[in-house]
Write a protein that binds this ligand. Sequence first.
Ligand code: UT7
Length: 325
Amino acid sequence: MSVIRSAVTGVGSYLPEQVVTNADLAKIVDTTDEWIVERTGIRQRHKARDDEPTSDLAVEAARRALLQAGREASEVDLIVVATTTPDMTFPATASIVQRKLGCGVGIAFDVQAVCSGFVYALSVADGFVARGLAKCALVIGAEEMTRLMDWTDRTTCVLFGDGAGAFVVEPREGQGAKTDQGLLGFALRCDGAKTDLLYVDGGPATTGTVGHLRMAGNQVFRHAVVNIAEAITAAAQASGIEIADVDWFVPHQANQRIIKGVGDRLGLDENKVISTVATHANTSAASIPLAMDAAMQDGRIKTGDLVLLEAMGGGLTWGACALRL
Ligand code: UT7
C-alpha cells in the first residue's frame, strides 16, 4: 500500500558563541563542578548574547538544515517552532523566523510543550506533510532557557542552556512499512495534574512578568525514567519496529543519569545512545535536533538509520518518535 511519509531531508543546529562553564557558575552560586558533573553530567552550556533573540538561533539552525536538504527558503511553506522562550508573547517566533529567512507567505506557528516541544512539533508537521498541506516544512526547536533562570537558585540555574536545531521535513512515497524513509510513529503524553513540578512563576495573564523556572528536580527525575521508557515502547509499537531494530537513540538532554536510567530500563546498548548533555546542558525543545545534528556531523547517524527520539518536560509532557532517515 502506497502512503505519503514525512521524511527528514535536512538537519542543522546552532549554538550561541558564549560558553559558560561549571566553574563560571561556581563564582555566582554555592555549587561545584564536581557536584554538577556527578549529578547531571553537564560540564558547560552556551548562552545567547543580550541582543540575540531566540529567532536568531532558530534562523541559523534552519539555514543549515535547508542547506543540507538542498532547499531554498523560498520553498518553505510550513514553519513550526517549538519554544518556551519566544522572542515576544506574540507574534509567534515562527512568524519572525519566516520573515528573517525570507520565506514569503506560508503557514507558521509555535508549539509550546516545553522540553517535549520538538517531538510534539514533529508530529504536527507530520500531519501537514502527510496530508499534502505542506511540501517543505521546517521544524525548529529553539530556546534561550538562560533567560528564565533565577541566578540565585543553584538547583536550577546550573542545568539549562541556549541553542537551536532544525529538521527539514518533506513528503516521500512509502509502502506503509517499517523500512520506509520518514517519521514512522509517535507516542505523546501530558499529565496536567503535574504542572506544579516544573513551571515558570510568571506569565502575561498572571504576574505580567516573564518569571523564573521552578522545578521539583527529584520528583521530575523519578517521573522521567519510568514514563519515558513507556513512551519509547509505545512509539516503537506504533511504528511496527522492535527496540532492538533501532540504530540510534537520541534522547532529550536533561541529565546523563536520566539518559542512563532509561537506557538501563529498556536494555539499550549505551553505544547507540547519543549524549550531548555534557557540552549543551538542557536546551529544552532544542536538545533533540542539536544532539541529532552533532551525531550526523561526526558520521555516527547516517541516511537509512532507524532513529528513536524521546523527550520529557514541563506540563508534564513527554513523548517519543521513531523515524528512518
Ligand atoms: O528537561 C525537563 C526535565 N527536567 C529534568 O529532567 C530534570 C530532572 N531532575 C534532575 O535532573 C535532578 O533531580 C537534579 C539535577 C535537578 C537534582 O539532582 P538530585 O540528585 O535529584 O539532587 P537533589 O535535588 O535531591 O538535591 C540533593 C542535594 C540537596 O542538598 P541537601 O538538601 O541534601 O542538603 C540540594 O540542595 O544537592 C543540593 N544541590 C546542589 N548542591 C550543589 C542542588 N543543586 C545543587 C548544586 N550544587 N547546583
